[in-house]
Design a protein around this ligand. Structure first.
Ligand SMILES: Nc1ncnc2c1ncn2[C@@H]1O[C@H](COP(=O)(O)OP(=O)(O)OP(=O)(O)O)[C@@H](O)[C@H]1O
Length: 245
């Protein structure tokens, strides 16, 4: 079964007195255990794609499914629960809470879901995912004492903690140096290969895209190209060609 399926998804905005299709009739199916890159120039619709696919925004028309759940059938409370329990988010802005420890930040989706902080299973789960990202020894530190790359690893641990159906990452390496970016991409790749997770990553970077199984290229809200096993040079050429269309 598909982890994520979009069918004819359109998201229309009204801007300056006219309608703009930020997403225009997009269909896409992603199997479980796959790593997808979403690429395109600035303003092409990548963020809108991610927001519609992750239940942060509602399409004007079309359907989005996470597993068997049709998002359009969920009310606001149902969507909030789905985002908390079945989706993992990794953003460029790290969104860690400075007053909580690394372990508490990691466990946050569980705590928001009603698990009790003193429940030993909660800490155990947080430590398990922190050790998967190599940070178990920093569990009781403040995130403020971590480097940017380490903070991004905590964000990945937090995205993994609920064992979500899909992890959405928006430019997760955008603010990192190439070596640290490589560490973060290795973790996402491992989450797919070892744990069978499904990851959707928005990126501008052809090297980051080359860590994925498949890239889709968006232009003016439409998927205009797809590539299996993307290689950096081929991705860079395809991106450059988008600019020339
Ligand atoms: N809330 C909004 N109201 C009106 N227009 C919007 C809104 N959000 C996005 N758009 C428009 O939709 C189009 C796609 O925007 P989107 O943010 O999805 O692009 P993007 O590919 O993520 O860009 P970037 O790489 O710069 O983040 C743009 O033309 C943008 O101006």
């Amino acid at each position: 079964m598909a982890a994520l399926a979009l069918e004819s998804v359109t998201r229309r905005y009204r801007r300056g007195g006219r309608d703009v299709n930020a997403l225009d009739d997009v269909s896409l199916t992603l199997r479980r255990g796959r790593f997808l890159a979403v690429m395109g120039r600035s303003g092409s619709g990548k963020t809108t794609f991610l927001q519609c696919a992750a239940g942060l925004d509602r399409p004007t028309s079309g359907t989005v499914r996470i597993g068997e759940t049709d998002l359009s059938r969920l009310g606001e409370a149902g969507l909030t629960r789905l985002r908390r329990d079945r989706i993992g988010f990794v953003f460029q802005a790290l969104n860690l809470v400075p007053s909580l420890t690394v372990a508490e930040n990691t466990a946050l989706p569980l705590l928001l879901g009603g698990d009790r902080p003193e429940d030993p299973a909660v800490r155990e789960r947080a430590l398990a995912v922190l050790s998967a990202v190599g940070l178990a020894d920093r569990a009781d530190d403040s995130p403020l004492t971590l480097s940017g790359g380490q903070q991004q690893r905590v964000a990945i641990a937090r995205a993994l903690v609920t064992d979500p159906a899909v992890i959405f990452a928006d430019e997760p390496t955008g603010a990192l140096d190439p070596v640290t970016a490589r560490d973060v991409l290795t973790l996402l790749r491992d989450a797919v290969d070892r744990e069978g997770h499904t990851v959707v990553m928005v990126t501008h970077d052809p090297v980051a895209a080359s860590w994925t199984d498949e890239a889709v290229f968006i232009e003016a809200g439409r998927i205009v190209n797809r590539m299996d096993r993307p290689e950096p040079d081929a991705v860079a050429r395809t991106l450059a060609a988008l600019g020339e269309r």
